[in-house]
Design a protein around this ligand. Structure first.
Ligand code: CP
Ligand code: NVA
Length: 329
């Protein structure tokens, strides 16, 4: 199962990112040459991937459906009004039944325990497509984007060669951050997080993130602050996400007030002393309060290649977890 980035060793994470990137090159080259792509063709023929989504999605849904189609399988989208996911039936029953008919469940849920529950009782691999705690497919795509951008860095068997880079996360400490930070620590990338008081990383989650550094030769450092300029100082990549995640809509007003001053702008990056050629990333969907248009649509923004990489991350994850049964080769 892929519940979070913590499930992956540094070598497995490295391999998933490199596979995503190389499949992207091979498949796009074939399509560009007017040929049917051979890479991974037919690896999911005759197999169904159940996509059980209890929350909205653009990228995760489209990338997963497209990835399954590319590999010759059948993506079966099951929205919250289609099946009894945690409603009117136990997750145990749903998991046993759906896994008896399909080759993989890709699930987007609220509480992380819901996807963990599905995994516990499933006879097929389960991939977390976003829970309140983690978003592993996003992190694979994010590191693919960083790997492709800092292309002079040379990967090894167990590292992408990104050691010493600094990522600055400015905004809410949320699901996307938790897996991103875990991957940073694992890959030797320092991550500095600026969130307002009361919106920092919960202690239990900090433990999860720091545990990623166990046994890693040069683990990345996790630095926390409430000052955006402090986080952005010397940063190579500035990252943020919405201040109001799905499920937090009732708190929207309070959150927008609490996060005032945390918008990523060129002025903030300059004032803080970010690296001169700093890049910007965002998982999307984006709202203007967390980053202004000048940065989001500007030359340093990686947001659209990052979004496209969700497709290649899905391809690599399905290859590793479904085609190769959890062996990340
Ligand atoms: N980044 C991301 O997961 O987007 P969606 O919510 O649109 O899937
Ligand atoms: N933090 C956001 C991410 C959406 C992809 C949310 O959970 O809504």
């Amino acid at each position: 199962h892929l519940m979070s980035i913590s499930d992956l060793s540094p070598a497995e994470f490295t391999k998933l990112v490199l596979n995503a990137s190389s499949h992207k090159s091979a498949i796009k080259a074939a399509i560009g040459a007017g040929q049917a792509p051979q890479t991974l063709a037919g690896t999911l023929t005759g197999r169904t991937v159940a996509m059980m989504f209890s929350k909205r999605s653009t990228r995760t849904r489209v990338s997963t459906e497209a990835a399954v189609a590319l590999m010759g399988g059948h993506p079966m989208f099951l929205g919250k009004d289609d099946i009894q996911l945690g409603v009117n039936e136990s997750l145990y029953d749903t998991s046993v039944v759906v896994s008896s008919m399909t080759s993989c469940m890709v699930a987007r849920v609220g509480p992380h325990s819901d996807v963990a529950n599905l995994a516990q009782h499933s006879s097929v691999p389960v991939i977390n497509a976003l829970s309140d705690d983690f978003h592993p497919l996003q992190t694979i795509a994010d590191f693919q984007t960083i790997h492709e951008t800092f292309s002079a860095r040379v990967p090894t068997e167990s590292s992408l060669g990104l050691e010493g880079l600094k990522v600055a996360w400015i905004g809410d400490s949320n699901n996307v951050l938790f897996d991103l930070a875990t991957a940073c620590v694992k890959m030797g990338v320092d991550i500095s997080v600026a969130s307002p008081t009361g919106y920092g990383i919960p202690d239990a989650m900090k433990q999860v993130i720091l545990t990623a550094g166990n046994g890693v030769q040069s683990a990345g450092k996790l630095i926390e602050t409430t000052v955006p300029e402090e986080a952005a100082k010397d940063a190579d990549v500035l990252v943020t996400d919405t201040w109001v995640s799905m499920g937090q809509e009732a708190e929207a007003k309070k959150r927008l007030e609490a996060f005032a001053g945390y918008q990523i702008t060129n002025d903030l990056a300059k004032r803080a002393g970010a690296k001169p050629d700093w890049k910007f990333m965002h998982c999307l969907p984006r709202h203007p309060e967390e980053v202004d248009d000048e940065v989001f649509y500007g030359p340093q923004s990686l947001v659209f290649p990052e979004a496209e990489n969700r497709l290649w991350a899905a391809v690599a994850a399905l290859e590793g977890f479904v085609v190769n049964n959890g062996k990340i080769l």
